[in-house]
Design a protein around this ligand. Structure first.
Ligand code: AMP
Length: 397
């Protein structure tokens, strides 16, 4: 139904204002061709009570989207998106995980070093001193310049002044003097942690960009976009961000969430721009379920960094790894590992990390056997346990 997108994607988004193909059926109901995937995923999450099943749901979709845009290279009226949504995890590690997974995917199709990550934090509405105060300030700034603004920015100035910053026409001239968001304490810690986790995991070419707003109304806090080289003006291959208020606004219980969508046509353009045979695409394979789950027994920032690093290195080694619910208690994280029926759990605790060399507990979830393993030996140890055929190794390895 059309209403789903009006209420979630947002009345001030370009998609709803100008780009939605809408129609009425014989029963007089207002329908729309799906312009994006997140609202449908959130509706399914609520209607199927997925929040009851565990603490976090990681979902994906692949499908056609439709937007009434002016067609040009890389911008079509029907296009294919791959999207992922991580619902129920408000920890900055979830943002980093989403971004790193996307980077991992881009690298696996031959785009290593061929993309740039733009990253911003657009604040939250919980703290009046954060985005609400910024909106007011920006609104006054735009008001004083309304004569110079395009029709779109003038129209959206009251309800969504932030959009003026990434307007193709007005953004560049406003960006120099426009007031900047002063994030509240919570948002500042969030963005600093996300940036640190990305940096620690060598997520190269990250550009903090305070003009990045993204077109959908539901974003809060982190927003990001990967731009690819060599594909012309429509160079955003994928984008996403946090949407911590969307589930509740659609009738679910308050659930933090973060996700992204990738445009398949633009991805193919980028791959073919660097590898005209497209041979790197043959390496894509769908990984089955998680084998190893990382759990933190401490909330210590260094342990969080270590945790994200270990999940990343397990995945790079070809091991299907999960975890990252670091806001939860140890017990709740273990419960989640059990629910996902993983084969091994890696537990990182403060004492083990202080040892020289630092260690972790590796638990076989089937037999219950537990051993201390030096972190330096972890990949090899788990790699030996999982038979080679079960690893998600690159072809030819
Ligand atoms: P969005 O859903 O607007 O956040 O866009 C996510 C990704 O979908 C973009 O980075 C593009 O790769 C792709 N995309 C969005 N709109 C179009 C379009 N009209 N034609 C082709 N790809 C698109």
């Amino acid at each position: 139904m059309k209403d789903l997108f009006v209420k979630s994607t947002g009345e001030t988004s370009d998609i709803v204002e100008k780009e939605m193909f809408s129609l009425q059926d014989q029963g007089g109901r207002d329908l729309a061709l799906r312009p994006e995937g997140t609202p449908g995923i959130v509706r399914a999450y609520i209607n199927n009570n997925l929040s009851q099943e565990g603490h976090a749901s990681k979902l994906f979709y692949i499908g056609s989207m439709f937007r009434a845009e002016r067609p040009q290279a890389g911008r079509y009226r029907e296009f294919e998106q791959i999207g992922v949504e991580s619902l129920g995890n408000g920890h900055p590690a979830a943002d980093a995980e989403c971004i790193l997974a996307l980077r991992h995917f881009l690298e696996s199709v031959g785009l290593a070093g061929k993309t740039r990550l733009r990253l911003n934090n657009i604040g939250c509405d919980e703290d009046p001193s954060c985005r609400p105060a910024y909106r007011k300030e920006l609104r006054a700034f735009l008001d004083a310049r309304s004569g110079e603004l395009c029709d779109n920015c003038r129209r959206r100035m009251d309800r969504n002044p932030l959009r003026a910053l990434d307007c193709k026409k007005d953004g560049p001239k406003l960006s120099e003097n426009a007031p900047r968001l002063r994030p509240c304490g919570k948002c500042r810690v969030h963005v600093e942690t996300v940036s640190r986790l990305l940096e620690e995991n060598a997520c190269g070419h990250v550009f903090p960009d305070s003009n990045l707003v993204r077109g959908l109304d539901y974003y809060t806090s982190t927003v990001f976009e990967f731009q690819a080289d060599g594909i012309g003006a429509q160079d955003a291959v994928a984008g996403g961000g946090r949407y911590d208020t969307l589930v509740a606004s659609m009738g679910g219980k308050p659930t933090p969430a973060v996700g992204w969508a990738l445009g398949v046509e633009r991805l193919l353009m980028a791959v073919l721009a660097h590898d005209s045979s497209g041979s790197s695409l043959a390496k894509i394979s769908a990984p089955p379920k998680t084998d190893v789950y990382l759990v933190l027994a401490t909330k210590d920032a260094e342990a969080v960094s270590k945790g994200v690093e270990i999940i990343e290195s397990l995945r790079r080694f070809g091991i299907r790894a999960g975890g990252g619910l670091f806001s939860l208690s140890l017990k709740a994280q273990m419960r989640e590992a059990g629910r996902q029926q993983v084969r091994y759990t890696v537990v990182l605790g403060e004492d083990e990390l202080k040892k020289s060399p630092p260690t972790c507990k590796l638990k076989d979830m089937e037999s219950g056997a537990q051993e201390d393993v030096a972190l330096t030996d972890l990949l090899e140890n788990i790699g030996n346990k999982l038979s080679k055929s079960e690893l998600d190794l690159p072809q030819g390895a």
